[in-house]
Structures are given as structure tokens and as C-alpha cells.
Design a protein around this ligand. Structure first.
Ligand code: NAD
Ligand code: MG
Length: 392
């Protein structure tokens, strides 16, 4: 059967995931048409993408940036800006598929708008799901949106679960194993960690990614957020999800079944694989990723994560166990601390300390509506700023 043309909105098209998505799309002009592209501030990059992919809409983060984009792309593209513009292209009736690849809490509203509109949503923006958890998944089931994970670990687990998966027990799943590279500081002497710079933290050994997720990989908060993400996506308690460090990043994650079988998904560390998988699902398409050379890789290694080196992991586990608005607070405090680190305002090991301080005094709430999630996000940000100022 000839595949139908999919109309695609890419939220965050100038980022690392956005650019990889366009790379896959460009290989299949008969299958994908770009409907809308969005960026926060990078006007020139978005203009170049508009010239190559001819979207109907482009959305910028501010009115000034939208004005500059308009002067570069002319009247062929409808240029919008801000939250309203993002929500419009995410939920537009002509968009079939939405790649949610904005980084951080800024992605929550447009991602939810796409889910509410019942789109096929490719979820890279893990922070949105971590923040809104239950509310997010309730909207998915009400709207009958198709939610496909882009995070490589979650995409791997999705591929290792049965196609009609409806829960851990029905599927006979004993546990999920999330693999983690351990990031750039896996073997750095503990006494050197405090002095690590933003550029050192962003020099990931296996993956080339945006700066925020790169720092999260160095602290392993990324794996903590992914633990919460996996728990919501696959309806599995965090206590049934183990984390294993696998420095080569070839096995992207695993599912263990009750009979002792363990299924894994392997591949070169290149995000075009999960992106192509989700774009074409349930078909398979060429992604541009080279074949896996197991002989050249020769060995795959595994180790337990060191909680002293990576205190963010226990903070995330505690937030996952508390549920309620604890994950939203964890995420918000982490975003503030990572930004402060990237601006050289705090040292590397202070990131987890700031998050810890906020979580220690956090009064757990049960957010029943989106406004309560947004309020938790705002309060935790204010608390994290306060901790940073007090300890400067
Ligand atoms: P990035 O920083 O490279 O790109 C972020 C994109 O979001 C850019 O297009 C930027 O313009 C846009 N953006 C940023 N702030 C915005 C705002 N306030 N309003 C509107 N747009 C805004 O990030 P990335 O590495 O591509 O990551 C994107 C998401 O995907 C993150 O949630 C990350 O955790 C997740 N993810 C990334 C990778 C990866 O390999 N890069 C892997 C797994 C998951
Ligand atoms: Mg990941």
C-alpha cells in the first residue's frame, strides 16, 4: 500500500531534534510535507529552513523575531509568534503529525494543544510529560491522540513491547531497563566535578544534543526525568524500572518479561533512528543512519549508576515516588539550576544541590488542572532562584 502524505508541524525545528527530523523528512518528499516550523529566536536558521521546506506557517518566540523573519521569507509563509502561534500550528486541522521538540517547560502548552487535538504526537519534549504526568496521559486517552516516544530509550522500549501493549501485568513484563551512557563525567575524579565547565559538561561522548539536555546527561538528571517519563508512558511504577549504565550507547533500553526473556533495541547512537521509526510507524523507512558494526564495537559494557556521583538520580526517584506536583517542581528547579550553570553563575555540583534544597522544602500538591501544574512550576522556579541568590 502506498503511504499517505503526512502533513508535519515541527515545534523547535532549529534545535538538535528539529534539524535531525528535517534531515529524515528531506529523504522522503513523497511521504512528508512540512506544514509548520517554529523557533524561539534563531531567525536566520528558520528562514533557511523555510526556503528549503516551504511550510505554510512559521512561528517565532517574539513579535520582533517574527517581524525579522517576515522580512526574510516574504508573503509565501504565514509568520506568527508566541504561545498562540505555537498552539495554532500544533492543533491546526491540516497538521497530521506534530514533532514536539521544544526544550523544557516552554514546550508544555503547544505539546498539550497537539495532544488535545488528537494528533499523532512525536514526543521529544520529555519535560512536558514529566511536569504534567497524569493530566497529560488523561488528555491522550480522551483525545485518542497517538503518542510516540522519540527519546531513544523510550522509543527502544516501545519497540520491545507488544503492539497491543496495555499495561505491564497484561503484557507479562517483569521490569523495564533504561540504559544510560553515564555522560562525560562517568569516570572523572569526584573531587574534580565541582570545577567542570559548561563546555566540558556539553561535550557528550556519544550524542550531539542541545545544551540543556547535555548538562542533564552530565548530572544524570536526564535519566531521572526519563525514569518519570517511562513510568507515565508505559504505566509502570518507577520501582519496576532499573537504570543501567552502558557507556557505548548501542543498546538503547530493554524490556524483561516474566519468563526471563530480555528484549533490547540496538543501533548506532543517532536520533534519526527513533525519529524515522516514529515518523513512519508502523512502517519502516530509511533514516540515513549507518549499519551497526558489532565487530568494530567489539564489546558492550554495563555498570551500576553511582548515586554519590549522580545525586540527581535519587532526587528524581524520590519525586517519581511522591508523584503529585513533585516532578513538576523537580523539573522547574532543575531548569533554573542548569541555566545558572550554563551562565557560569553556579558550579556543576551545585545543580543537584539547588534541586535538593527546593525538594526538601517542597509541600506536595495534587494538581488536578493545568493551572496547578503551571503554578507549581512557577513556585519551584522562584524557590530555586532564591536558593541560588542566598548561596552566592
Ligand atoms: P535544542 O536546544 O537543540 O533545541 C530546542 C528548540 O526549542 C529550538 O528550536 C529552540 O528555538 C526552541 N525553543 C527553546 N526555547 C523555546 C521557547 N521558550 N519557546 C519556543 N521555542 C523554544 O534542544 P534539543 O536537544 O533538540 O532537545 C529538544 C527536546 O528533545 C528536549 O526536551 C530534550 O530533552 C529532548 N531530547 C533531545 C535529544 C537530543 O538528542 N537532542 C534526545 C532525546 C530527547
Ligand atoms: Mg534519552
Amino acid at each position: 500500500m502506498k503511504p499517505l502524505m503526512q502533513n508535519l508541524t515541527i515545534l523547535g525545528s532549529t534545535g538538535s531534534i528539529g534539524v535531525s527530523t528535517l534531515d529524515v523528512v528531506a529523504r522522503h518528499p513523497q511521504q512528508f510535507q512540512v506544514f509548520a516550523l517554529t523557533a524561539n529566536q534563531r531567525v536566520e536558521e528558520l528562514a533557511a529552513q523555510c526556503q528549503q521546506f516551504h511550510p505554510q506557517y512559521a512561528v517565532m518566540g517574539s513579535e520582533a523575531a517574527a517581524e525579522r523573519l517576515r522580512s526574510l521569507v516574504g508573503s509565501d509563509v504565514d509568520v506568527l509568534w508566541g504561545d498562540e502561534g505555537l498552539a495554532l500550528v500544533a492543533a491546526h486541522e491540516e497538521a497530521d503529525t506534530v514533532m514536539a521538540a521544544i526544550v523544557g517547560a516552554a514546550g508544555l502548552l503547544p505539546t498539550l494543544a497537539a495532544v488535545k487535538a488528537g494528533k499523532k504526537v512525536l514526543l521529544a519534549n520529555k519535560e512536558a510529560l514529566v511536569m504534567a504526568g497524569q493530566l497529560f496521559m488523561d488528555v491522550v486517552s480522551q483525545s485518542k491522540a497517538t503518542l510516540l516516544p522519540i527519546d531513544s530509550e523510550h522509543n527502544a522500549i516501545f519497540q520491545c513491547l507488544p503492539a497491543d501493549y496495555s499495561g505491564r501485568e497484561q503484557a507479562g513484563v517483569r521490569r523495564l531497563l533504561l540504559s544510560a551512557s553515564g555522560g562525560p563525567f562517568r569516570t572523572t575524579p569526584l573531587t574534580d566535578l565541582a570545577a567542570m565547565t559548561p563546555d566540558q559538561a556539553c561535550a557528550h561522548p556519544n550524542w550531539s544534543m542541545g545544551r540543556k539536555i547535555s548538562v542533564d546527561s552530565a548530572t544524570m538528571m536526564n535519566k531521572g526525568l526519563e525514569l518519570i517519563e517511562a513510568s507515565w508512558l508505559f504505566a509502570v511504577d518507577a520501582s519496576d524500572i532499573d537504570i543501567v549504565i552502558h557507556p557505548q550507547s548501542i543498546i538503547h533500553s530493554l524490556v524483561e518479561y516474566n519468563d526471563g526473556s530480555v528484549l533490547a533495541q540496538l543501533g548506532n547512537p543517532d536520533m534519526r533512528t527513533p525519529i524515522a521509526h516514529a515518523l513512519a510507524w508502523p512502517e519502516r523507512i530509511e533514516s540515513g543512519v549507518s549499519s551497526l558494526d558489532l565487530i568494530a564495537i567489539a564489546s558492550l559494557n554495563f555498570e551500576a549508576p553511582d548515586e554519590q556521583r549522580f545525586p540527581a538520580l535519587s532526587l528524581a526517584r524520590a519525586a517519581a515516588d511522591s508523584r503529585g506536583d513533585a516532578p513538576a517542581a523537580l523539573n522547574a528547579a532543575n531548569e533554573v539550576a542548569v541555566e545558572a550553570f550554563l551562565n557560569n553563575a553556579i558550579g556543576f555540583t551545585r545543580i543537584a544541590e539547588v534541586v535538593d534544597r527546593v525538594m526538601q522544602v517542597w509541600l506536595l500538591g495534587e494538581p488536578r488542572e493545568l493551572a496547578a501544574v503551571q503554578d507549581a512550576d512557577k513556585r519551584a522556579r522562584a524557590m530555586a532562584h532564591q536558593v541560588i541568590v542566598e548561596q552566592a
